[in-house]
Design a protein around this ligand. Structure first.
Ligand code: NAD
Length: 335
């Protein structure tokens, strides 16, 4: 079966790692017609808009996109394309598994947890204003509708993957109204899933517990800012941002991306590690029903990582991005 997928190559190392994904997916025999779409710095320079309408229209049509990292200036310049994409396409659920990979140096063994982050509300609602010069206010928006749909997503994900427990992460002891609503809503949704254990944990304690003993967690669900921070913490438990995938899912579209940035220090040098984007692409293939090919790519990738002979510099190896890619392709169908 042929699929159409929007491809946002991204900035910095983006084009190098998206090329690897295209080659590996092709070698695995999946027929994808990639629809190139502009976003980020290149789109801003060309069209004066970092997220052109045409890109949004294309993603709405194909319903699936793969995205490389995009450069965003801090405190000035154009709006964050990542935040805008999530809001425009209502990609309300950010799904970030963090799993130990044999061969990838990490502080723990056998970590296997999933962070589910609400992607459209909280402090990322983009509602900021200057009250008087020198005083600014950012609104942290939590709604019952938004909390319910992310809680349902977390429980449905847990159920479909055979996971045992969902933990709601919050700060309802201090943010009594906003996080109180989030926690109450999660508690309510949990009643519909008696087959899945449920508990809750205050965010600061959760951060400490994840670092001390990550094995006590399974699926964690939380609002936007806490999810941004704890999902990176979860990545750190399994070897860092270079090896963790992510999916942004909504009712009408899904955008899969690596969670690391554009790595400007190594861009264009053939040193980038494509593992995170490759794992994001296997998540995408499973979403599209190409589970067998996704499993085949994962086996080949895991086997190259475990062998440890052809690794990129960030994984303490000396292989180039294309040598790493070739090693994975050579393993396809053999592992
Ligand atoms: P970064 O993730 O780009 O880089 C941090 C460090 O990790 C660098 O040393 C880099 O070389 C290394 N690194 C990252 N990904 C790697 C990979 N795949 N292989 C090997 N090494 C890798 O973070 P940053 O420097 O804070 O951000 C740079 C730019 O990326 C900024 O403009 C930022 O806004 C943007 N950014 C985008 C996204 C996204 O699009 N999802 C996420 C984070 C940062």
């Amino acid at each position: 079966m042929s699929h159409q997928v929007c491809l946002l190559s991204g900035d910095g190392i983006g084009p190098e790692i998206t090329t690897v994904v295209q080659e590996v997916v092709k070698a695995a025999g999946v027929d994808i017609q990639w629809v190139p779409c502009q976003a980020g710095l290149s789109a801003f320079e060309k069209y004066g808009d970092p997220l052109p309408q045409e890109t949004l229209d294309n993603i709405r049509q194909t319903k699936v996109a793969l995205k490389g990292p995009l450069a965003t200036a801090s405190g000035k310049g154009f709006r964050s394309v990542n935040v805008a994409l999530r809001k425009e396409l209502q990609l309300y659920a950010n799904y970030r598994p963090a799993r130990t990979l044999k061969g990838v140096p990490a502080p723990f063994d056998d970590v296997d947890l999933i962070v589910v982050r609400e992607n459209t509300e909280g402090l990322y609602s983009g509602l900021e204003h200057t009250v008087i010069p020198g005083v600014v206010e950012s609104l942290r928006v939590i709604t019952e509708v938004g909390s319910r749909r992310i809680a349902k997503f977390a429980f449905e994900t847990a159920r479909s993957l055979g996971r045992k427990k969902v933990t709601c992460i919050h700060k309802a002891n201090i943010l009594k109204l906003s996080d109180g609503l989030f926690l109450d809503t999660c508690n309510d949704v949990a009643k519909d899933y008696p087959d899945i254990q449920y508990d809750d944990c205050i965010v600061d304690a959760a951060a400490m517990k994840m670092v001390m003993n990550p094995h006590q967690f399974d699926v964690l669900v939380m609002e936007n800012l806490f999810g941004d921070i704890l999902s990176d913490l979860a990545s750190g438990l399994v070897g860092g941002l270079g090896v963790t995938p992510s999916g942004n899912l909504g009712t009408d579209a899904a955008v899969f991306e690596a969670v690391h940035g554009t790595a400007p220090d190594i861009a264009g040098k053939g040193l980038a590690n494509p593992t995170a984007l490759l794992l994001s692409s296997t998540m995408m293939l499973k979403h599209m029903g190409e589970t067998a090919a996704a499993n085949q790519i994962e086996s080949a990738l895991f086997s190259v990582l475990e062998e440890g002979k052809t690794l990129t510099g960030d994984m303490k190896g000396s292989a180039t991005t294309s040598q790493f890619c070739d090693a994975i392709i050579a393993k396809l169908g053999t592992s």
